[in-house]
Design a protein around this ligand. Structure first.
Ligand code: NAD
Length: 483
């Protein structure tokens, strides 16, 4: 159970044109683990020069990769999936060490990443083109072509899996690409080069430039030869990227922040709803975009639900990320930890603290926080309105369906929502009235890769998943022919 994984690199390089390279100006940045908050590696600090080199490599590789049949590309994607799964244990150890995720939760990530590659390989092979006939003398058909060099920018929560969520459809669609992983968690991305090499991905098809968002990420957004940006991250950064990419009228997909409501009616299966709330906001350390971080409970159940949620929260095991018994590990970075602690202080004034609120006694160092529950939180409270992105949940009562919907919709966000009730008609009514891209009724974050994924309002622009991803990474041209 050593917290330090085997084969930990001390240097993390860019991967450009099939070669591991240092930054053009040799600069690096510190990569730290969230237990000791000390640097264990140096990563190449990308600049506009590195991004330009990577984009050039991707452009050179583009005709060959785009020219392959869907079936041939799918074969490569299947081999990528196998290579990811073959690294299951190492990936989990890296991810847990670098991001602070509990090792048991990091273990699912390789399987999910591999599934993304297999799924999008299947989608492109199965996808037909549209065709239209007007009477007997006019026929029109769609030709789909890859957009070109895709710019992929990803966050630090479940980094490897989220990278795969963009890499797989981009590659399946025939794009070549430049990936800029999050600077707080570049470790697992250091596995991609050997994975792609083993799978036979031609040099230059995938390029990885590490670095700081405002430098390497911005250079990718600003690059004129990158017509498309797929971004997952915070709403503020998303806004900034949309503004910057307007200069070149880029196609963008924005998967942004959330403050998702869980609406629990008094007739709900309370045990199942409690399980779901605890899982939804405390698993992945609460660093989950779809976390159910606002729990709205119908008045007759409110006190009982709040008490039982507080008891559950108090029993969640906080500990070393590498310990298989751990349910909440260390938050990713001291800056983020301070931000979350600041919200806890704000919450003490805005709500009634019923669980957590401080560092666990047995963990003197590292970014640890006990799962924290605030009850009686008003709708204008900051802990009701703002994304905390940690193991902190706000609970509030409601009196009827109308108020439940009003409260659910009372934030700028609209990513996910969860409804718990035994009245299915009501469940559907709430699902339709809630402003969000995704709703789960009597269930939680089960994903189906065929379904659209994304948010409304400040939670995002566009949808990925299924054929939506392929639409995003390709241009459709319509050809009209007289018969
Ligand atoms: P962030 O916005 O700080 O950073 C995300 C990425 O953007 C990083 O790679 C960063 O380096 C880069 N970046 C920062 N500034 C940039 C700039 N000016 N130009 C280009 N790139 C830039 O987000 P984060 O803190 O890493 O991630 C947490 C956020 O991500 C949360 O808000 C969470 O809800 C959101 N998220 C959303 C989804 C979703 O699917 N909707 C999934 C996961 C995370």
């Amino acid at each position: 159970m050593s917290p330090t994984p085997e084969h930990l690199p001390s240097v993390i390089r860019h991967w450009i044109g099939g070669e591991l390279v240092d930054a053009a100006d040799s600069r690096t940045f510190d990569v730290a683990d969230p237990i000791s908050n000390t640097a264990y590696a140096q990563a190449a600090r990308g600049s506009a020069a590195d991004v330009d080199r990577a984009v050039t490599a991707a452009r050179v590789a583009s005709p060959e990769w785009a020219g392959l049949s869907n079936r041939a590309r799918a074969g490569v994607l299947y081999r990528i999936a196998d290579a990811v799964e073959a690294r299951h244990d190492r990936l989990a150890a890296f991810e847990s060490y670098d991001s602070g995720l509990p090792i048991t939760q990091a273990r699912g990530q390789a399987r999910r990443a591999a599934e993304n590659f297999r799924y999008f390989a299947d989608v492109t092979v199965a996808l037909g083109e549209e065709a239209f006939r007007q009477g007997d003398d006019q026929f029109s058909y769609v030709v789909r072509t890859p957009v070109g060099v895709a710019g992929l920018i990803t966050p630090w929560n479940t980094p490897f899996m989220l990278e795969s969520w963009k890499l797989a459809p981009a590659l399946a669609s025939g794009c070549t690409l430049v990936l800029k992983p999050a600077e707080w968690t570049p470790l697992s991305a250091s596995l991609w080069p050997e994975i792609f090499e083993e799978a036979g991905v031609p040099a230059g098809v995938v390029n990885i430039v590490h670095g700081i968002g405002e430098e390497a990420g911005q250079a990718l957004v600003d690059h004129p030869d990158v017509p498309l940006i797929s971004f997952t991250g915070s709403t503020d950064t998303g806004r900034h990227i949309i503004r910057s990419s307007a200069e070149h009228l880029k196609t963008v997909s924005m998967e942004l922040g959330g403050k998702s409501p869980v609406v629990v009616f008094a007739d709900a299966d309370v045990e199942a709803a409690l399980d779901s709330v605890v899982f939804g906001v405390f698993s992945l350390n609460g660093e989950r975009c779809t976390a159910g971080s606002r729990v709205l409970v119908e008045r007759p159940l409110y006190e009982e639900f709040t008490r039982r949620l507080a008891e559950r929260a108090a029993n969640v095991r906080v500990g070393l990320p590498s310990d298989p018994a751990t349910e909440v590990g260390a938050l990713v970075h001291p800056e983020h930890y301070e931000r979350v602690l600041n919200y806890v202080e704000i919450g003490r004034k805005e709500g009634r603290l019923v669980a957590g609120g401080s560092r666990p006694d047995h963990l003197a160092d590292g970014n640890y926080l006990q799962p924290t529950v605030f009850a009686d939180v008003e709708r204008d409270a900051r802990i009701f309105q703002e994304e905390i992105f940690g193991p902190v949940v706000a609970v509030a009562p409601f009196d009827d369906e109308t108020e439940a919907v009003e409260l659910a919709n009372a934030t700028q966000f609209g990513l996910a929502a969860y409804v718990w009730t035994s009245d299915l008609k009501r469940g559907h009514r709430i699902a339709h009235a809630v402003e969000s891209g995704m709703v789960w009724i009597n269930s939680h974050n089960v994903r189906d890769l065929r379904t659209p994924f994304g948010g409304v309002k400040a939670s995002g622009v566009g949808r990925e998943g299924g054929a939506h991803s392929i639409d995003f990474y390709t241009e459709s041209k319509i050809v009209h022919v007289a018969l």
